[in-house]
Design a binder for this molecule. Structure first.
Ligand SMILES: NC(=O)C1=CN([C@@H]2O[C@H](COP(=O)(O)OP(=O)(O)OC[C@H]3O[C@@H](n4cnc5c(N)ncnc54)[C@H](OP(=O)(O)O)[C@@H]3O)[C@@H](O)[C@H]2O)[C@@H](O)CC1
Ligand SMILES: Nc1ncnc2c1ncn2[C@@H]1O[C@H](COP(=O)(O)OP(=O)(O)O)[C@@H](O)[C@H]1O
Ligand SMILES: [K+]
Length: 492
């Protein structure tokens, strides 16, 4: 059993591939082995989470997830606790393994009651696992609420009940911890998954992974970037930011600042408000140019950031010329509304890589669906968009998904709601452009920047509000320690 951390990349398996792993494992093991291992691991983790608990509430469901719960109750009882099981199922419909575990729990005197105990030191959510496909109702919904608001540690076995393991949708138990079994599931890490799952732990139940290919990966922390002594500003590429229509200059400056701190050799800014004069002295590291005169052929362009309607007219040239390209915000909306621009985007092909950074609404416009359709299956939406437009797609939000044609999608494990302030998306666009300028392939550039962006938010000083301007100044190369931006007062 181990805690899931981003020190390495983790394979993610959907329910269909998990069923294959289960079947292959079950064929080589004696019956009931996997459930016994699952229940023992759950009981051990529960005890570690609440070492002083005297009693536990174990909410068991009608299937094998409930069986894991009975098995955990059996162990907790033999270790001297007083577990109380509430059970949603019926004996006649209980799967064989779960029935064996129910009998084991009953044989050591585990109490099975209709209602949860008034007080308990820890709760175990064993209502539903990967077999859950519909919203919780009735008693299950009531127990979900009770589990989520009990004020004690809640350990979800395999998946928080109510959560769709593939997509992270569904009103689910809010666990403090989830022990997921056999393989990690994408739904634990995107959409509602991160809020429901809490801290994720993993047990492979002694079944060697790797037999069934994953459907996605949980991204890992990027390696430290070593820059050769014999390099110069040209080695680290030129980034051009095109955006900043009247009243929205700040967005372009955020992207440019982030690109600069993210390691770009030179950063140019082509403002669309036609008046950069006043900014030259205030932003001495940035080079302001007429956007129509920038020579984009060798440049890594971030386009859109605060571009408003004015960006539309620039897009044909940007799409034709930019060596590599990050398209954000208004650029994406313009492309969504114009099939000719979509065609130009597809024409860029692999030779001139493009990264799109839509938030869910922008992705919905590009796919011509509703935002709920995107959020219902974020992995699928990102994959589909990438394939349709021949681009790498960064679908932002909690558990950002990065997908590119022909590659396994990545789910990003960093970031938090502190990023939900205006301008942080512009910062991300600049960071990705800097990684492209450093020569990274688009999927790697996007994954590294998204990870670093979220990591900055995760390490933001407690009590200090995150702003996009400070975030942009805190950006640094992979592996380097960030300097606090000027004005930071919070303890680190
Ligand atoms: N097999 C193995 O090798 C191993 C399996 N293991 C464990 O088994 C779990 C998977 O077990 P599972 O397939 O039995 O599904 P599970 O999640 O218990 O739910 C199915 C039952 O719930 C019902 N139901 C579902 N949703 C519902 C809802 N919203 N509201 C009401 N009812 C609902 C559903 O009813 P039905 O849809 O069939 O009418 C059915 O009765 C897995 O996550 C892991 O914990 C481990 O022990 C390791 C080895
Ligand atoms: N609740 C959240 N959890 C994690 N990341 C978030 C959350 N809310 C926003 N973000 C991140 O913050 C950034 C916001 O980007 P975007 O929506 O384009 O904002 P803006 O256009 O104002 O810059 C994205 O990288 C997104 O993934
Ligand atoms: K569960």
């Amino acid at each position: 059993m181990e805690r899931v951390t981003p020190e390495r990349e983790w394979p993610l398996h959907d329910v269909a591939s998990l069923r294959r792993i289960e079947a292959e494992a079950a064929a080589s093991l004696s019956p009931h082995t996997l459930m016994q291992r699952a229940g023992l691991a759950s009981a051990r983790l529960a005890l570690a989470l609440a070492p002083h608990a005297r009693n536990a509430w174990i909410a068991c469901g009608p299937g094998n997830n409930g069986g894991d719960g009975f098995e955990a109750a059996f162990h907790l009882k033999t270790w001297g606790l007083e577990p109380v099981v509430t059970w949603l199922g019926t004996a006649d419909r209980l799967p064989t393994d779960a029935r064996a575990s129910l009998q084991r729990a009953q044989s050591v005197g585990v109490a099975i009651q209709p209602d949860p105990p008034a007080r308990y030191g820890i709760a175990i959510d064993a209502l539903f696992g990967i077999g859950s496909r519909k919203p919780l109702e009735g008693t299950a919904a009531r127990w979900r609420e009770r589990l989520s608001t009990g004020g004690v540690p809640v350990l979800a076995i395999d998946v928080p009940s109510g959560l769709d393991a593939d997509t992270g949708r569904g009103l689910a138990v809010r666990a403090t911890h989830t022990l997921t079994l056999l393989a990690l599931k994408p739904g634990l890490f995107t959409a509602g998954g991160r809020d429901a799952a809490g801290e994720v732990w993993f047990d492979d139940l002694g079944v060697a992974g790797g037999i069934v290919p994953p459907v996605a990966r949980l991204a890992a922390e990027p390696a430290v970037e070593q820059r050769a002594h014999a390099s110069h500003k040209g080695s680290w590429g030129d980034v051009a930011v095109i955006g900043g229509a009247p009243g929205m200059r700040g967005a372009a400056l955020l992207a440019a600042t982030a690109a600069l701190h993210g390691g770009a050799g030179r950063v140019y800014v082509g403002l669309l408000d036609g008046d950069a004069g006043t900014l030259h002295g205030q932003q001495p590291d940035l080079m302001f140019r007429d956007p129509d005169r920038l020579d984009l052929d060798d440049m890594h362009v971030a386009c859109g950031c605060g571009g408003g309607d004015a960006v539309r007219a620039r897009l044909p040239r940007v799409l034709e010329a930019a060596a590599s390209l990050v398209l954000d915000a208004d650029a994406l909306n313009a492309i969504a509304a114009d099939p000719a621009l979509q065609e130009k985007l597809r024409d860029r092909g692999e030779g001139r890589p493009t990264v799109l950074t839509p938030h869910p609404l922008e992705a919905a416009r590009l796919l011509q669906v509703g935002v709920d359709d995107v959020q219902r299956d974020r992995l699928q939406a990102a994959r589909l968009l990438g394939e349709r437009l021949g681009c790498c797609v960064v679908l932002k939000g909690s558990g950002t998904v990065v997908a590119a044609p022909g590659a396994l999608p990545h789910v990003n494990p960093t970031g938090n709601a502190r990023l939900a302030v205006a301008g942080t998306g512009d910062v991300l666009a600049g960071m990705i452009a800097a990684r492209l300028a450093a020569g990274r392939p688009p999927l790697a550039a996007a994954c590294e920047a998204v990870f670093a962006h979220g990591r900055l938010a995760d390490r933001w000083p407690a009590g200090s509000h995150l702003t996009a301007a400070e975030l942009a100044r805190a950006v640094h190369l992979p592996g380097e320690v960030s300097l606090p931006p000027s004005g930071w007062t919070g303890a680190r």
